[in-house]
Design a protein around this ligand. Sequence first.
Ligand SMILES: [Zn+2]
Ligand SMILES: [Zn+2]
Length: 204
Amino acid sequence: MAETLPVGCACGAITGEARELSPRTALHFVCYCVDCRCFALHLGVGERVLDEGGGTDLFPMAPARLHLEGKAHLRAIQLSPKGPFRWYAACCRTPVGNGMASADLPFISVLRTFVRADDAAVEAALGPPRGLNGSGATGPTLPGTEAGTGPGLLLKTALRLAGMRVRGLHRPTPFFDVDGNPIAPPELLSREARNALRARARRS
Ligand SMILES: [Zn+2]
Ligand SMILES: [Zn+2]
């Protein structure tokens, strides 16, 4: 059965819904990689986002199924020139999701922090999270966390995304305009800023 989760930033300037989720097909992760942690630390919201192992709870979904009001508040950063666009709400620095640098890739990993529902509702829609990139953790991880991303899972994700693209679920996207340009140009962190952030993220 398809589920809908209410989403939005902490201050309420951005609201919306993540639609047509199903625990049978959803992907739901806690990612312990350093760069996900960098994102939360850069926004100054580590205590709201990160679990005791420094992990970020998120779920990849089709952008066309994420409906948002208040998009004028969306901004993005890039940790490196080829890195994902990491979207957040500029009004209250709530992280929103990690997406690709192109409108043609049907993929946004929405952060749990952007969901306005309790854990029971999140689990009903997405199933329990699986730990990934455990080698980057700074503390205890979920049971069964994989050290990396795992080739099987990468393949599964790639196939899922290809399927979404075939079904046209990459458009419309809240993050790009009709010409395929990001709705706000992402801020690329300097090499110095990135290195300082990664050093902090490895310690925290
Ligand atoms: Zn806000
Ligand atoms: Zn990550």
